[in-house]
Write a protein that binds this ligand. Sequence first.
Ligand SMILES: *Cc1c(COP(=O)(O)O)cnc(C)c1O
Length: 338
Amino acid sequence: MIIDLRSDTVTQPTPAMREAMFTAPLGDDALGDDPTVNALEAKAAALFGMEAALFCASGTMTNQLAIRTHCRPGDDVICDYLSHVYQYEGGGISVNALASASLPQGERGKLTPDLIRGHIYSPADPHKPLSRLVVLENTINKGGGCYYTIPEIAAIRQVCDEHGLILHLDGARLFNALVETGEPTQAYGQLFDSISICLSKGLGCPVGSVLLSTADVIRQARRYRKLMGGGWRQAGFLAAAGIYALDHHVERLKLDHARARRIGTMLERLPVVQDILPIDTNIVIFRLPETILAADYVNSLGSKGIKAVSFGKHLVRFVTHLDFTDDMLHELENRLEL
Ligand SMILES: *Cc1c(COP(=O)(O)O)cnc(C)c1O
């Protein structure tokens, strides 16, 4: 038995999800008549109280389309130094939007009103780029799955309103935050100008992310998606998995969180583990001693049938997900202690 904790992207579609995919009515999405894609976009937009949605191949694409649509060349994006849009999207802020980035360093990747205020340029100063967009991430991958609450976001929204800034959410793991806080999706729709959610992470779909925003922003993003070669045809097969996941795979994320916390208690007993970031959702990040490289430790886990990723020189990450079962949890305990 291989225990794969590299990411919540490694899941396989369940039999019921495959059934929903195989039986989905299909059309040509480039011509606007794939009924299943249209149903997914309508469902996701309604869930968050947003006007419109766009189904895309990846979370990188939905984030980048949002940034490109919101910014003009020479604009500046404020995002945490650890954020996915800066660290893991191939420099897309500069390539796609011709924008620069200001990179506050928050606690575990979390921005605050003060950190944001400190990085807003005066629009009256012609030397500076124009501050245009703030991007938050929820939950925060590099922060070990920590999350914002609505009051924290509302305070940031207020700063954005005071300075005429647009607010985008990289919500790749937003549902992981929502099942912890119990906060309503509608509140997110009111606070953000655009939201990206991933279907292929904790929700267990094979492919796909959705961008949510106003009808105008989505119309423009659809043009850019086409320009990037991201238009697709009978994508209803994939959209059907998304609809199924929104209906059946949200509440169960709590199980992933409980299992992640259980892994935390296992790790506490291992002499090799120096410290563990607080486990808030489905991500576990722990530190090894200075004498052990994460890459070497990950290799040694691999030889015991445990897959993980190194997340820095001495940091290792485990992510729990739909295909990580209680049996695997028990087996993990045995193998870790070998
Ligand atoms: C996974 C992820 C994305 C999107 O990644 P893709 O692999 O392009 O779908 C965006 N933001 C965060 C925080 C992520 O973890």
